[in-house]
Design a protein around this ligand. Structure first.
Ligand SMILES: Cc1cc2nc3c(=O)[nH]c(=O)nc-3n(C[C@H](O)[C@H](O)[C@H](O)COP(=O)(O)O)c2cc1C
Length: 333
């Protein structure tokens, strides 16, 4: 059993998200109380070819532990060799196998969710990696199945359990759904209540209420939060306080949100050393943070053009002043 399942509380995972959950963001979520991290997915071939970008993707700092590196690929031997190399290079706490990615580039090479409709190959990939790394822990992340007509999460989970994986994270959608529709937590509950390894539930956890309800109703042993953390990394702190002590932590103020956004950008620039490039690559993150903020449309169009921290500081000052004026106007009315 992985040690973070031994405590009395359900561990909260930060979901792997390509282009989002880099080391900086993981550290920020860790500060807020996320328990377990998984890297964005990394290609087994990229590891084997020792390409530079892949090396950057598996970089992490000790404070992020426990952390797993997630691999995708469809060739059992190459996956095992890559997994072994990752363990030797960076010594993560576990290796996670991606059997859920719906992206065409991955699926057409038979990787990610393509393996959900090729259970013999999925079994081979999982058991080959588990054997190669033994006793080092291997975990897996799946979706419910390929499409609505072929939901097979239970079958897949049993195969993975028999192959020796230590936990199974389930995103409650099919490959065909992509990110549309709602995650089906009945299916997640069915698996959680059938297999013996811990099941980590994932999909549409947007609030502390969602989190508390899924723990109560489904039998999952851990929860994984993805997109909600992009807009609200404080969700971990709020969930932790509620689950552990019944304390309701209010949402952060707009001032605190801006302080966080600026800190995130400064950390990213410090890490990458290249301000304009980094700020351009942070725009998607800024869009996510700005969701739900006042004057959203105007704010987003400004954030789309940011190339320097200094510009962001100016936008922040204007936005805070505007928010204050709006509040005073509301009070006066
Ligand atoms: C931008 C983005 C990138 C993602 N990249 C990965 C990935 O690299 N590996 C993976 O297993 N899942 C990936 N996912 C899926 C998430 O881990 C998660 O399963 C999904 O977003 C559902 O959870 P949520 O509703 O909490 O966001 C990604 C999702 C998003 C939105």
């Amino acid at each position: 059993m992985l040690p973070w399942f031994n405590g009395p509380f359900c561990p909260l995972y930060l979901a792997p998200m390509a282009g989002v959950t880099d080391s900086v963001f993981r550290r920020l979520c860790k500060e807020q109380g996320a328990d377990v991290m998984v890297s964005e997915f990394v290609s087994a071939d990229g590891i084997i070819h020792r390409n530079e970008r892949t090396r950057e993707m598996i970089y992490f700092q000790p404070v992020e532990r426990p952390l797993g590196i997630q691999l995708f690929g469809a060739d059992p031997e190459r996956m095992a060799v890559a997994a072994q190399a990752v363990v030797e290079w960076v010594e993560p706490d576990f290796i996670d196998l991606n059997f859920g990615c719906p992206v065409n580039k991955v699926v057409c090479k038979h990787g990610g969710s393509a393996l959900l409709r090729d259970c013999p190959l999925l079994e081979k990939v999982a058991s080959t990696v588990v054997r190669k790394l033994h006793p080092f822990p291997v975990t897996a992340k799946i979706r419910l199945g390929w499409d609505q007509a072929s939901i097979n999460a239970l079958q897949t989970a049993k195969i993975l359990e028999d192959a020796g994986v230590k936990t199974i994270a389930i995103h409650g959608r099919t490959k065909d759904q992509g990110y549309s529709g709602d995650a089906d937590w009945d299916q997640i509950a069915l698996v959680a209540n059938t297999v013996s390894v811990p099941v980590i539930g994932n999909g549409d956890l947007r609030s502390v209420n969602d989190i508390a309800r899924r723990i109560r109703e489904t039998g999952v042993r851990g929860l994984m939060i993805g997109r909600a953390a992009m807009n609200n990394p404080w969700i971990f702190r709020q969930a932790r306080a509620f689950l552990r002590s019944d304390i309701v932590v209010p949402d952060v103020s707009v001032q605190e949100k801006w302080d966080h956004i600026l800190r995130h950008c400064r950390m990213a620039v410090a890490e990458n050393q290249e301000e304009e490039f980094t700020m351009a690559s942070m725009r998607g993150r800024l869009m996510a943070y700005s969701k739900g903020m006042r004057n959203g449309r105007e704010l987003r169009s400004e954030l789309q053009r940011v190339t320097k921290i200094e510009q962001l500081e100016q936008i922040r000052s204007r936005h805070l002043a505007q928010s204050e004026e709006d509040e005073l106007a509301v009070e006066a009315a």
